[in-house]
Write a protein that binds this ligand. Structure first.
Ligand code: ATP
Length: 230
């Protein structure tokens, strides 16, 4: 099985194409050059780790890749669709359909149950797939917690519920910013296993992380330094 999946990963279908991204933050006379010409590609089935010191631009890069932020220069394409340089509503619609986003700040809506959070992610993409929802909750060990609200979840359960939401539409691209940052080694394992399995289903995965377990999982590492990829 592992062999077959490894072969699938080698066929080089480019899912993410980010070319020469620039992002500057300005406030008064101050200018922070968060991204200075970053180019990054990810293939179907590939897990790319974005690594680098604090402030090197990792979160800014991931936000631009998922259309949460718009770069000042350069272009981002996901599965052939340009997601950069569009009005926010268009970026949001493309993101809902093509990109799963798992950020540390959380992607769960507090007043909705875990199941309703997954449903909402599907509705935003114009879909409804109860079976996939049940499958995700089952694989993530959350079936018994489907009716719980985010505030009632442990840290590990929250991370897994966030992943269920990120994967609710079988995204072409999964972006994760420190997905296991608040987890201990024990709870990190199932989250990373599911990310690997998702990649094996041909999703391209880009993860920003300091975790050595994520580094071991990655097929490729891109180092960021002062807004540049080295
Ligand atoms: N909204 C913002 N306004 C102004 N400057 C910002 C903003 N967001 C990020 N920056 C600056 O841009 C640079 C890159 O920040 P970013 O958060 O992308 O780095 P990072 O590598 O993700 O850091 P960390 O590992 O600490 O999360 C930093 O100098 C940061 O202070």
């Amino acid at each position: 099985m592992a062999h077959r999946l490894r072969l699938l990963r080698l066929d080089g279908v480019v899912i993410l194409q980010a070319e020469e991204l620039y992002r500057f933050y300005r406030s008064g006379e101050e200018e922070t050059r968060a991204l200075r010409g970053v180019t990054l590609h990810a293939d179907a089935g590939e897990v790319v780790l974005v690594s680098g010191p604090s402030g090197s631009g990792k979160s800014t890069l991931l936000a631009c890749l998922g259309g949460l932020d718009d770069p000042d220069g350069g272009i981002v394409r996901v599965d052939g669709h340009r997601i950069s340089h569009r009005p926010e509503a268009e970026r949001a619609a493309l993101r809902a359909r093509l990109v799963g986003v798992l950020f540390q700040s959380g992607n769960l809506i507090e007043h909705l149950t875990v199941a309703a959070n997954v449903d909402l992610a599907q509705r935003l993409a114009g879909r409804r797939d109860r079976r996939l929802r049940e499958e995700l909750l089952d694989v993530l060990g959350l079936s018994a917690r489907a009716g719980a609200r985010p505030s009632q979840l442990s840290g590990g359960e929250s991370a897994r519920a966030g992943l269920a939401v990120a994967l609710a539409n079988r995204p072409a691209l999964l972006l994760a910013d420190e997905p296991t940052g608040e987890l201990d080694q024990h709870t990190e394992v199932p989250v990373l296993r599911l990310i690997r399995e998702q990649a094996d289903e041909r999703t391209a995965v880009v993860i920003a992380s300091h975790s050595s377990a994520v580094r071991r999982l990655a097929d490729r590492v891109v180092e960021l330094k002062d807004g540049r990829a080295t």
